[in-house]
Design a protein around this ligand. Sequence first.
Ligand SMILES: Cc1cc2nc3c(=O)[nH]c(=O)nc-3n(C[C@H](O)[C@H](O)[C@H](O)COP(=O)(O)OP(=O)(O)OC[C@H]3O[C@@H](n4cnc5c(N)ncnc54)[C@H](O)[C@@H]3O)c2cc1C
Length: 483
Amino acid sequence: MPDPKPTTTEAPPLPDGLLDRLRETLGPRGVVTDAEALAPYLSEWRNRYQGRSAAVLRPASTAETADAVRLCAESGVAITPQGGNTGLVGGAVAEGGVIVSTERLNRIRSVDADTFSMTVEAGCILADVQAAAAEAGRLFPLSLGAEGTCRIGGNLSTNAGGIHVLRYGNARDLVLGLEVVLPDGRVWDGLRALRKDNTGYALKHLFLGAEGTLGIITAAVLRLFPRPAARETALCALPDAAAAIRLFGRCMDAAGDVLNAFECSNRTGVHLAETLVEGVTVPLSTPSPFYALIEFAATGADDGGLRARFEAVLADAMEAGLVTDAVLAETEAQTAGLWRIREGITEAQIPAGLCAKHDVSVPISQIPTFLERAEAEVRAVDPDIRLVAYGHFGDGNIHFNAVRPETVTDEAFRPRIPPIQRAVHDVTMALNGSFSAEHGVGLMKRGDVARYRSAVEVDLMRAVKRAVDPKNLMNPGKVLPPE
Ligand SMILES: Cc1cc2nc3c(=O)[nH]c(=O)nc-3n(C[C@H](O)[C@H](O)[C@H](O)COP(=O)(O)OP(=O)(O)OC[C@H]3O[C@@H](n4cnc5c(N)ncnc54)[C@H](O)[C@@H]3O)c2cc1C
């Protein structure tokens, strides 16, 4: 649930002399204290939280990051790591102390095409990582709406998902090695390009998805993949969500080796995109209750039969009544047009008005039950709510957004959000799901950690935090509920 914005934006002062020592260590470009220059680091994508921090530190190397963290630790000053600041749960929002931005840690250290790996610094923008891999003839498959702004360290720290998890896994699955500055300023050098390494606890997995609460990721060795030589993309009209799940099963069965994306949306999501977002056109003759955007992609050897395989799956699905209409893109422009619909669903949420957002996952087979039960709960609060249910259905991940009715103002709708979120999360958890499939916990969902993770799980998480960060200086107040 959203925490209220702090009533003051004034940052608590730093201990005497610390800023001078940090300037000596990081140089004049490495420390930002001017109010105007600080502002972008203190605001947040959806403007839900106002950050407070006396300084942003911009180290340009791992050694500088370590020195800066050590100085802060010695003075008892808290640190909020920040990448592209595109996180959606307030994880990079500072509540005092300093922000450490990774934006100057932005070198691609090496790309090894032969062994399908690359070593990058944490502040590299995700799109630049993808481009460097492509230049070497390889694929780095992590792909999400914010890829032109988010940074790889942020992606790894949030275990980001996106549109290709189905085939390549989450960010966590794309990492071979990590380099991390610990909360006391020591450096853990785990930058190994090993595919096999069973030598005790898998330390990298502590930091992946930790949302900056255990240390600052400064570099990573990433896994690369062959670049698909061909792709085929289709938009399908479906009678309902149950048909989507059966269609997904058929796609996996017939073409699991080339299934690159399986995204879905209900009619309201597509309708809002069509009416509120420029450049969105649905190339199907009649509106449908449900849609699936499906992509097959193949590397060199088997690209010849890709379209025929896709057409066969669609023909079978039509005969079975799972698909009522479909368009298979003929050109790159048409492919881009189909993906524009998917992006438009996300973009439309802003002009549509205030909404209660949920980023949940359930076992794939439970998606239709989830949608039915969650809709009933939401309609009990307000029958006129516009329900947008869309997302990465092939991963069981649903972005379930209850948008205010057109006749209700944002202000009037705001008090209805907490009961809706509570009810939707209750439904999710009753189905053995997750209240945060992709975006993490940050500040926003700490209460849900307390409510829905078991006492044993919370104890274990606290024990790890205490062991790695005994002074609670690394992104304090995030992820774990207050004790
Ligand atoms: C339009 C849009 C679409 C999106 N689509 C998706 C999507 O499909 N899938 C998805 O998973 N997310 C999505 N997101 C959310 C967001 O882009 C991801 O969470 C992203 O991984 C955050 O990266 P960042 O660099 O912006 O991190 P930030 O927002 O800067 O930070 C996020 C968290 O990571 C920590 N952190 C950042 N860098 C480091 C570091 N180097 N070391 C340690 N901790 C660090 C921060 O303290 C914070 O807790 C979307 C966001 C937007 C705005």
